[in-house]
Design a protein around this ligand. Sequence first.
Ligand SMILES: Cc1ncc(COP(=O)(O)O)c(C=O)c1O
Ligand SMILES: [Zn+2]
Length: 437
Amino acid sequence: MQNKYHLQCKQCNYITPNLEAWFEQGQKCPKCHSKWSEAWYESDYKQLLELIKTPAKSLWHYFPFLPLMSEKHIISKNEGTVPIERWTFLEEFAKKQYGLNINVHVCRNDLNGGTGTFKDLGGTMAASVFSEIGIKQYCIASTGNSATAYSKYLSLANISCSVFMPKDTIKASEATISACGQQVFRVMGDYAKAKEIAADYSKAHNIPMSIGNVDPIRVEAKKTMVFEWLRQMDKFPDVYIQSVSGGTGPIAIDKGVREASTVFPELKNPRMLLVQSSGCDPMVQAWGKAESEGFPEGFEKVYPIIENPKTDVPTLATGHPYNYPILAKLVKNSGGSFVRMQESKLVPVGKLVAYEQGVLLGPASVVCVAGFFNALKENLIKNGETVLLNTGEGINRAPEFLQQMVYTTRDVHHVEECSPHSIDDFRAQLWEDAVMR
Ligand SMILES: Cc1ncc(COP(=O)(O)O)c(C=O)c1O
Ligand SMILES: [Zn+2]
């Protein structure tokens, strides 16, 4: 027994004493079978007031509020505390085009030390917890980034991980997992099919499997985003923009805000603008329908399922949006919305960000920036607001995407064919392609 934290079932309030017991009971509530339990801490939240004043190397800075008993089990690659940048070119655009004075901040998860994605937060938490409680085998179904992060961190902890990926997963993700010595099973089907086979494998071999977006391990890792905003930003964001797949991000933010509000009673969720690409947008479709009907009672339970989605962003290809009922309520209560971006804008927006900011984003991150432009167009951002974009990955996730960004090359045979250019000459066209057309 211990008393640092416990887990509480969201449905029936059943208390599970710790993660060891949680795994023993099959990662679910033994009373009502819900998979959604939340961790709550005995630690005094006054400590948080101190922690947000001091430099942090990783999310383990918030150790008193994380479900690990001993710091000696931490397996970290300095993740979860990436510097939040200010992107003034987006502010200038909002001012020029819409007359809005806004602050635009970007949390660049490509700077995380593990695999350079948003998923490194869950990776460090899983590897550390599993080391502590003695899990030696694990399995996960993933569209790419989660499995990549888990594979790397679990290999650092000498834990074996079996990964089930949909057929269309990006090759670079598969290669990273394989290179770490973890087993890849490429499932001939979509993400839902990969999850189904993984679940059967988990049962057949009695190997614990990631339970998805409400997994307390992932939620507890990602809730530290909120603590980092308090630590790094002068003003808590009014608007939060993220590309969404399964929805751990928003679920974790809501959890982090509820925890931090113990010492910041005024704190509330930012307006959540969750972006999906046109190739796989079941949540945007569901939201659009609900909005047109005036959000009738039970609107959050109505959503389409897209089988075998055809998309250039396989990382976000959750065609069956299991958690839409949770997310739709969260988004509605925050005053936010779901936003669609057209996949034809992926390369143009990626090129624009590289040109204006010198940052090469992966496609799932470009979805987020394109969502910002569409949010402006749809009047979802107000004057004076602080906006935070959470970009989940860099270009190393998608070398094929990078290769589509070539646009200045000229094939030449003689020096006479070569003349200097002015870098400014590209600007107008890039903006035109990214946002005007
Ligand atoms: C780069 C990136 N951004 C955003 C997301 C969305 O995360 P979630 O929907 O779980 O909050 C993912 C998930 O796969 C991702 O890999
Ligand atoms: Zn329960």
